[in-house]
Design a protein around this ligand. Sequence first.
Ligand code: LLP
Length: 385
Amino acid sequence: MKDFPTNKLKGLTTPFYFYNIDLLRETLNVVKQESEKYENFYVHYAVKANANPRILSIIAANGFGADCVSGGEIKAAIKAGFSPDKIVYAGVGKADWEINLGLDAGIFCFNVESAAELEIINELAAAKGKIASVALRINPEVKVDTHHYITTGLKENKFGINLDKLDDVLDMIPKLSNIKLVGLHFHIGSQILDMASFVGLCVRVNDIQQKLYARRIIVDHINVGGGLGIDYSHPEKQPIPDFEDYFAVFDKHLQLSPNQSLHFELGRSMVGQCGSLITKVLYVKEGSVKNFVIVDAGMTDLIRPALYEAYHKIENISSDLAEEKYDVVGPICESSDCFGKEQYLNKTQRNDLIALRSAGAYGEIMASQYNCRQLPKAYFSDELI
Ligand code: LLP
C-alpha cells in the first residue's frame, strides 16, 4: 500500500494509468550515469514501450535518442522533443510515406530489414536528392529464454536479414548511390534477464564484424537493440534494473573498432516499473470453487496477461485486511480477460482500488477500444492534488 497515494487516487475515474514520475526520473538518471561511463555508448528509448506524450517529453529532455518503428512514432518522438538526428527507425514493413518522413526529418538512420526495402529507400532518397544513412538489421540467430511471442532473433522470425543473405545485400550496396551504410543493427528479444543471452549476442556480432573486415567494411556504429527485462514479481524490491551490469556486459564482450559507437534501444527497462494500472473493484463474486474479484479494467486496458500470459503483480491498495485468494478478472466478453488466477490480495470489497504493477511498458500504448470501451487516462504522481 505504501507505494501509492491511495487517498489522492480515490477520487479519479478508473481505470487509469498512474505514473510514478520520481521513479521514472531516477531510472533515467541511472541509465544515463551507467551508459555515460563509456564514451561511445548511446541510448535510444524504444518509443513502442510507452508513447504517452508526457513520458516521452521527460525522456527526450534527458537527452536520449529515440527508437521508432513507424511514421507515427517518428512524429510523436519529434513532437516530444527528441532530436531527429538521434532517431533510429526499424520495422519490416516501412511504407513509402514513412520512409519519406524519415528522409525529410533527417533521422540518424534507417534500420533496414531486407534487400527489397534497401532498394526502395535508395529510390525514394534519390527522388529527393538525398543520401539515406542505413544500418543493416541482421537476424543474429541467437536464442533467448523469453516468451516465444517476443523472441525476434531466430531464423524463423520475420525480423532482419538472415545471416546467409548478408553477403548478397553487401554486394548490392556499392550499386545503390543514395544509400550510405553506417551501421549494423541487432535485437534478440525482450524481457531478457539472463545476461548470458547478451553475451551470446556480443559473440555473434564480433563474428559478423570479422566477416565485414574481411570485405574491408568497417561501419560507424553497432546497434544491439533492447531487451533488458524487469522484475515483474518484485516491483518494489528492484524498481530499477541493473543497468550497470547490462552495459558492462557489452563493454566486456563486444569488440568495437576504434571510433565505432555502440547504440542501445531500451524500452521496457526504462519505463516498465514506473507505471501501474489502477482499477476499481466492481464486484466480489463468490463462486463454488473460487472467488472472483471483478474489476473495471480489462484486457483492453492492459493486454499483456491475455496475450502473453504475462504476470503483473496485483495489489489491493485500499485494504490491509488479512489476505485471501481470488481470481482477478475484467469485464470484457472473453475468457482470457483475466489478470491473475489464485492471487493473494488483502480481503477485497466493492470500490477498493487495485494496482496492476509494472505496467509502464507495453501497457497504455497497447490499449484498445474493443467492446466500445474508452481508452484509459493517465495521471502522474507529480501532478496529483
Ligand atoms: N528494438 C527493437 C528492434 C525491438 O523490436 C524492441 C521491442 C525494442 C528495441 C525494445 O525492447 P525492450 O527493451 O522493450 O525489451 N509487447 C511485448 C514486447 C514487444 C517487444 C517488441 N520489440 C510485451 O508486452 O512484452
